[in-house]
Design a protein around this ligand. Structure first.
Ligand code: NAD
Length: 350
């Protein structure tokens, strides 16, 4: 029986190479005359150029996992500046700070993403305070407009392009077996995986296709709920401060294997998109092909933290296709820690 709920995202999307030049027009469309341009220290120069073009002022202190003290400092910085909008330029960290400010001020947001993270398409904000990361959804968090310009990704180092692309694919994988999934989201998810998987090994040549895939995957993340994979990455990032995109890259094949037996339609879609016969193995092969890390021990995870990570991930219930058992999650983490080759003996071919 076909039965579902589908709510389209309200974000306006402007896609195309060179579309960064539309920033002033798109800001004006939102009634923004004096934006705060948000970016990271690394992209401060790009932020300053953009601010010059759109009559903005730059705040170049965005940081990963959106620490609330940075948000408070940005609010103090903007005080008395007559800011009437927010323009985030960068990866998920810049977008995250823009969202945190939008939540507190309800100012309109224009986002110009420069990675494949996908945050720009969601009403989700993860913030870190006192070493704890908490996530919420709110309509004020959803950006009003996004400009996708593949030319801005030319400076993305290849290793980060690889892990960021796998971060995007992870949204689509979990969207395919989401408890609140629907046929449109499944189409977007499969196409998003296909576009990214075909484009990432191509380097510069694939940037436009990869960004198209990342948009689709971000829209999936914004539309349906995520499961074990995102929960694990959230725990590993928030509690062990592991790098966001790399953590997604390592965990994805193992989380997929965890759910494989009970989500056959999702596995079949992943296999069609990757042109492979075993979804988890196909994802691990893709990661290896594009030079992404394959083991948690290689990205800073302490081995004596695996028990704690399993405890936290198993503590609060959330929808996941396969039952969430602490012992099975611990085994998943062990496999991911060492980067064991998939499929493991008890996971047959599709
Ligand atoms: P990031 O934004 O922290 O970027 C990493 C580094 O790469 C930064 O120094 C950044 O300035 C630089 N960078 C980004 N694009 C570049 C480019 N084109 N050229 C050169 N350097 C570039 O990393 P990320 O993986 O994009 O984002 C991770 C953050 O986003 C995490 O905090 C994560 O929680 C959040 N996130 C949130 C959502 C959501 O829906 N709320 C979704 C995905 C990610």
């Amino acid at each position: 029986m076909l039965s579902f709920v589908y709510t389209p995202l309200p974000t306006r999307v402007v896609f195309g190479r060179g579309k960064r030049s539309q920033a002033a027009v798109e800001a004006a469309r939102l009634g923004i005359t004096r934006p705060l341009v948000i970016t990271t220290p690394h992209q401060a120069g790009q932020g300053a150029d953009l601010a010059r073009d759109i009559n903005g002022i730059v705040y170049a202190h965005a940081a990963m996992h959106t620490p609330t003290d940075v948000t408070e400092a940005a609010l103090r910085f903007a005080e008395g500046e007559q800011i009437d909008g927010l323009v985030a330029l960068g990866g998920g960290s810049s977008t995250g700070l823009g969202k945190a400010l939008a939540l507190r001020t309800d100012l309109p947001q224009l986002v110009i993403p420069t990675s494949y993270a996908g945050s720009e398409m969601t009403n989700i904000l993860g913030e870190t305070s006192g070493g704890l990361k908490t996530t919420r959804r709110d309509a004020k968090i959803q950006p009003e407009t996004v400009i996708y310009d593949a030319d801005l990704l030319a400076t993305l180092p290849d290793p980060f392009a690889a892990t960021s692309g796998l971060n995007a694919i992870a949204h689509a994988v979990e969207g395919l077996y989401a408890a609140d999934g629907n046929p449109i989201i499944s189409l977007m998810a499969e196409e998003g995986i296909r576009a990214l998987a075909n484009a990432l090994p191509l380097g510069a040549g694939g940037r436009e296709q990869a960004l198209y895939g990342a948009w689709l995957c971000g829209a999936v993340l914004g539309s349906v709920s995520m499961a074990l994979h995102h929960k694990l990455c959230h725990v590993l990032g928030g509690t062990f401060n592991l790098p966001h995109a790399e953590t997604h890259a390592v965990i994805l094949p193992f989380a997929t294997a965890y759910n494989a037996a009970v989500a056959p339609a999702a596995m079949a879609a992943i296999c069609r998109a990757l042109n492979c016969s075993h979804a988890a193995q196909g994802l691990q092969t893709l990661a290896r092909t594009i030079g992404a890390p394959l083991a948690l021990r290689d990205i800073g995870m302490p081995q004596d933290g695996l028990d704690r990570a399993a405890d936290i991930a198993a503590a609060s219930p959330y929808p996941n296709p396969a039952p969430l058992q602490r012992s099975a999650i611990r085994e998943l983490l062990e496999n991911a820690y060492f980067g064991h080759i998939l499929p493991s003996p008890n996971q047959g071919e599709m």
